[in-house]
Design a protein around this ligand. Structure first.
Ligand code: ATP
Ligand code: LTN
Length: 333
């Protein structure tokens, strides 16, 4: 059976950018591609590449799990699991590190951006992060990996490593394709529309979190940065602010930019923003209700147990196979 795999780091509260650029897309794919086996995980090992408080990390892992399900991922169709509960990810990472070069990792723009922000020094984990991501992926032989645009470079590196290991060890990996949504692959910050909406942005006003209450959701949209032109027109190069709001509108309603522009001809930002605030709130409200029912439920633990068991089953076979090809230990029987 063909496979699709992706993951998100539990580094903070999930925001509208991650939801529209990533989770909503997983849900669409799960329904559109019933012939594929899905693996969607919580990348907690990735989260500790930059120090996290223990209580905070535990809380965010659980929250992300509940949000996945609340957003519509169906545990009957998707294996949902926590990365650190599948030891093969770390084992596989080590072997891949021995097939990746310092120069390749030094070129990663996410590493360069994040390294700049570290006051207490850059960990080796942050540097080698893309090899863990390659391990996450290659273990499961997925055909497709749905991600936002910012992960494209990591996917390209994963493909390079896969090809290199395939040449050395007799075609052991499927070389995966990224699946990047045409619209919504990059939702920008509400306060600086030239930057992506990110959970690690210190300015809370830059984003809408999935669990934000109605008044905050509407306030954030109302105060989102636009320009002084005043017309509702999609033009990301010259008018990133209003274009970002149009993107959010379009991904949620499935309306094309042209249709939205037509609907708001002669109407100003104030009314448009009021409508958009309501649209975002109506999208998030049922998700928040489901989240509240799930977060402390046994059901959630059962889902994660089942996902972990299936992931371990697939992953341990793969890592043992690679260890045999490399010549590690004694031949496995
Ligand atoms: P951090 O800020 O901690 O680096 P992040 O929010 O940038 O985290 P993740 O939560 O790990 O990143 O991203 C999960 C998925 O969501 C990835 O596929 C990523 O490409 C996508 N994503 C994250 N932010 C956005 C955004 N603003 N627009 C579209 N997709 C996004
Ligand atoms: N690096 C990704 C999260 C991530 C991931 C993965 C995505 C870790 N492992 C494997 C897809 C496949 C991020 O920061 N968004």
């Amino acid at each position: 059976m063909k496979r699709i795999l992706s993951g998100i780091q539990p580094t903070g509260s999930i925001n509208l950018g991650t939801y529209l650029g990533s989770v909503k897309n997983f849900v669409k794919l799960q329904d559109k591609m019933p012939d594929y086996e899905f693996f969607i995980f919580i990348a907690d090992l990735h989260a500790i590449t930059i120090h996290k408080d223990k209580q905070f990390l535990r809380k965010k892992i659980k929250e992300l799990a509940a949000l996945y399900v609340a957003c519509g991922l169906d545990p009957e169709k998707v294996n949902l699991f926590i990365q650190s509960e599948v030891p093969a990810h770390s084992q596989m990472q080590y072997i891949l590190q021995c097939n990746a070069y310092m120069g390749e990792l030094e070129r990663m723009t996410q590493f360069k951006d994040k390294a700049k922000k570290q006051e207490k020094g850059v960990t080796v984990g942050l540097f080698s992060y893309p090899t863990l991501m390659a391990a996450d992926i290659l273990i499961y032989d997925p055909d497709y990996v749905p991600v936002g645009k910012d992960q494209k470079q990591h996917l390209e590196l994963t493909r390079d490593i896969a090809n290199r290991v395939n040449n050395k060890y007799n075609d052991i990996f499927t070389v995966p394709e990224p699946l990047i949504a045409e619209i919504g692959a990059k939702i920008q910050s509400l306060t600086d529309p030239t930057m992506k909406m990110s959970k690690s942005d210190p300015n809370d006003k830059s984003r809408i979190d999935m669990l934000d209450p109605e008044n905050i959701i509407k306030k954030r949209i109302k105060s989102a940065m636009t320009d002084s032109i005043g017309t509702i027109k999609y033009d990301p190069e010259n008018r990133p602010g209003i274009s970002n709001l149009l993107t959010i509108y379009s991904v949620i309603t499935n309306m094309s930019f042209k249709d939205i522009e037509k609907k708001y001809e002669g109407i100003g930002y104030k009314d448009f923003k009021e409508d958009l605030g309501e649209i975002v709130y109506q999208e998030l409200k049922p998700i928040q209700e489901r989240f509240n029912n799930l977060i402390n439920s046994e059901e959630l633990d059962d889902i994660l147990d089942k996902g972990r068991d299936r992931a371990n089953q697939v992953a341990s076979i793969k890592v043992n196979k690679l260890m045999d090809r490399v010549g590690l230990g004694r031949k496995r029987r």
